[in-house]
Design a protein around this ligand. Structure first.
Ligand code: CDP
Length: 241
């Protein structure tokens, strides 16, 4: 969130620089089961973001000190590939990737039936191959499809999506320029069948009305993305049948 008020992000006709309407999402494509050596996997293309997720487990958690006697632990590793952005990213873990890994793990723990797998670990590896704003959301969407593909029981899928504010206007699904130079960003993880939230972060300022409109846009987009997630899982299942 750069917050540079002088950068123009809306055209005179009210559309955005990439031609989208304010409540229009970028296109989303999803494939399930793309990695032969993982227990479950997914590929998500959300706009120009590309995320891959591999899931392993549940297996006995090692070392023992990380075990929980009453449930599985979910170990998430979110990583941006060095070539995923225009400025090559220094490889390895940093504060941002740690934060995103943590909020993603907490979101997934709220839907996975972790109590069914005491003392075990489920590993979720998220690799961002191309980044154009919204990678934490694409990563969460990919992770929940990959967990379903691994056959891990869940209460619901989670859809990652963000809305925000540019030039005092609420818009759905910020792209890179809108994220960099806009006024607010509200990424959420939505359980599509109930509309409940599994995670919420907010950057910048929104009035209560703007916040409610962001949530309305996010809920609408979550329904659309959910359909693509289900289609990907059905296609994978039918292929294997
Ligand atoms: O990707 P997301 O919107 O979840 O997270 P962010 O921290 O708000 O980053 C927004 C965008 O900035 C990313 O999607 C990347 O395109 C870009 N970025 C970057 O170029 N270099 C970084 N070290 C971090 C982010």
């Amino acid at each position: 969130m750069g917050g540079y008020g002088d950068v123009k992000l809306l055209n005179d006709d009210g559309t955005r620089l990439d031609g989208r309407k304010v409540d229009e999402m970028r296109s989303v494509e999803i494939k399930a089961g793309i990695l032969p050596n993982a227990d479950g996997s997914a590929w998500v293309k959300h706009g120009l973001n590309v995320a891959i997720c591999a899931v392993y487990g549940p297996v006995e958690a090692h070392p023992r000190k990380i075990q929980r006697q009453d449930r599985a632990v979910i170990d998430v590793r979110y990583n941006m590939a060095p070539f995923s952005t225009s400025d090559r990213i220094r490889p390895g873990y940093n504060r941002r990737s740690r934060e995103i890994s943590k909020v993603t793990a907490e979101a997934l723990e709220s839907v996975v039936l972790v109590e069914r797998f005491p003392r075990s670990k489920i590993s979720v590896e998220i690799e961002i191959l191309a980044a154009e704003a919204g990678t934490r959301c694409a990563g969460i969407t990919a992770a929940s499809v990959a967990l379903a593909d691994a056959g891990i029981p869940m209460r619901d899928l989670i859809v990652g999506v963000a809305s925000g504010k540019i030039e005092d206007t609420v818009v759905l699904d910020l792209d890179k320029a809108e994220d960099n130079y806009g006024q607010a960003d509200l990424p959420v993880g939505i359980l599509p069948t109930t509309g409940d939230l599994a995670f919420l972060q907010m950057d910048g300022d929104l009035s209560p009305d703007e916040f409610n409109l962001c949530m309305e846009y996010n809920q609408k987009a979550a329904k659309e993305i959910h359909e693509v997630m289900i289609k990907a899982l059905k296609e994978k299942y039918e292929e294997g049948a």
